[in-house]
Design a protein around this ligand. Structure first.
Ligand code: HEC
Length: 169
């Protein structure tokens, strides 16, 4: 009888410990999440590998850089489509500014947005396997803006797994 109680209390203790760990883990991740998709700014993306630059004409008049995580870079190098689950692409953007040291040259001005695409074919099955996030000063943009992402990517690059950017060699 005593042994049964010991086992019972030990099991209860382990259960409580695991439950509080799970709760704590849920609470630790307070990073802003995009509406609809729940995408966050990935850790360390500023150190990721460079895929290609882009530029948008006025009125937006921006300079952009697209970077990818290890999974994304492997898929690019292997020329593999669709991108595998775990692929993350990040696009950083700045206002284009003339260089104060040499006017014909353009340099990054104020940072505007950081946009994220995360591949998870099950979780985002309804949007071609991609989850989208748009961040301004580290905060997520609103739901209306997130309603536009899938449509434009699907409408223009359906045959390239919804990804515009090609690897710049
Ligand atoms: C009207 C069209 C349009 C809309 C809407 C749009 N994008 Fe894009 N997106 C582009 C284009 C074009 C590129 C290629 C790079 C560039 O020109 O800036 C791009 C590139 C990207 C990239 C780099 C990977 C790739 O596909 O090249 C990410 C990440 C991204 N967009 C995220 C988003 C998110 C998040 C949203 C919604 C908040 C969004 N996009 C809405 C047109 C669009």
């Amino acid at each position: 009888m005593r042994q049964i109680f010991v086992v019972f209390f030990a099991a209860g203790g382990i259960f409580i410990a695991l439950a509080s760990m799970a709760l704590a883990m849920g609470k630790v991740d307070k990073r802003p999440r995009s509406p609809i998709y729940g995408v966050t700014l990935p850790e360390g993306y500023r150190q990721w590998e460079f895929i290609a630059p882009a530029q948008e004409a006025p009125p937006l008049d921006e300079l952009r850089v697209v970077v990818g995580n290890v999974t994304a870079m492997k898929a690019y190098r292997d020329g593999k489509l669709p991108f595998p689950d775990g692929t993350v692409l990040v696009k950083l953007a700045w206002k284009r500014a003339p260089s104060s040291e040499f006017a014909p040259a353009s340099v990054p001005g104020a940072a505007t947005t950081v946009q994220v695409m995360v591949k998870d074919s099950r979780r985002y099955a309804a949007t071609g396997g991609w989850g989208f996030g748009r961040f301004i000063n580290g905060k997520s943009a609103d739901e209306a803006q997130h309603r536009t992402c899938y449509g434009c990517h699907l409408g223009n690059v359906k045959d390239h797994d919804l990804v515009f950017t090609r690897y710049a060699r």
